[in-house]
Design a protein around this ligand. Structure first.
Ligand code: GUN
Length: 292
């Protein structure tokens, strides 16, 4: 059984990105530049954005963090987005989610120039990905796909079950796994209305668990030799930890791992890959790789 090391893979990819940025700068170009808009002071969002800024530094990117108060109007936020869309010095930018309730998230995402949408959340990027066209692919599915590739996990012709149908993970993951010359797998998506989830999982060569329910996938649901990817990162109370909680995945790792040919741990599996994929998307934006 192989434990897939997302932390080491992400570190290796970041070093590769940094080397490419050095080459760009050595040949007279400017480093890639990521913008991040953070609205309000949500603790989780502050941490995510801080880590994105640190990853930019590690990769040799420039970053600009734009902090806005949570009483900002939707119109004011749209103005800021239009400013970044028009700024030739900014290659790509993100608006950290969630946004305050009075702001329409969908309207905000649609206002981002899809050529700068390094989160891959804009409908044009999602549509292009579904059609197999070059596009920004959102970080978590791209990170999972990259991990499987780097570990030589065969996906072509395999039966893949995805648990969860969220816009950010389940749906784009299903697209990638079924895509020609990408996953080339036979894909089943299970969700809250699915019948026979256990039977579906038992047939799967690859299970990707992204439902946000701690320890949902148990050993009696997994075929021996399967590959299991755990996207869950739910905080559960744990008085023995300094922060008073630990991260729990969607997989009962202790009992599932011995059955698997390969499995991702939580933490240290999918999580570290996501910011690294945002860096790859920003590099691609700077190089105008997808949209000439
Ligand atoms: N909130 C949680 N995950 C993400 C992400 O990947 N991008 C943005 N913009 N906000 C998030």
């Amino acid at each position: 059984m192989v434990i897939i090391d997302g932390k080491a893979t992400a570190a290796a990819i970041k070093a590769e990105i940094a080397a490419q940025v050095k080459d760009i700068v050595a040949s007279g170009g400017r480093p890639p530049h990521l913008g991040a808009i953070l609205v309000g002071h949500d603790g989780g969002s502050e941490t995510y954005v801080h880590n994105k800024v640190l990853a930019c530094e590690a990769c040799g990117f420039r970053s600009t963090l734009i902090r806005l108060e949570d009483d900002i109007t939707e119109g004011e936020l749209l103005d800021k987005i239009h400013e970044l869309n028009a700024d030739d010095e900014v290659d790509g930018f993100i608006v950290q989610l969630p946004l305050p309730a009075h702001i329409n998230e969908r309207r905000i995402i649609e206002a981002i120039d899809y050529r700068k949408d390094v989160d891959g959340f804009h409908p044009i990027n999602i549509g292009r990905m579904a059609l197999g066209m070059p596009s920004f692919i959102s970080a978590t599915p791209k990170g999972i796909y990259t991990l499987m590739q780097r570990y030589g996990i065969e996906t072509s012709g395999k039966k893949c079950v995805i648990l969860g149908r969220s816009n950010i993970v389940g749906q784009p993951m299903a697209q990638l796994m079924m895509q020609k010359k990408m996953g080339d797998a036979t894909v089943t998506v299970c969700h809250s209305h699915s019948a026979n989830i256990k039977e579906e999982c038992l047939q799967a060569d690859i299970i990707i668990a992204a439902i946000g329910r701690p320890q949902f996938l148990t050993a009696d649901m997994v075929k021996p030799g399967a590959v299991v990817i755990d996207v869950g990162t739910t905080r559960v109370a744990d008085a023995s930890r300094p922060k008073g909680f630990r991260l729990s995945g969607d997989v009962d790792f202790e009992h599932v791992a011995p059955l698997c040919s390969a499995i991702t741990p939580v933490p240290g599996g999918v999580g570290p890959m996501t910011i690294c994929m945002l860096m790859l998307n920003t590099l691609a934006a700077a190089r105008h790789e997808y949209f000439k």
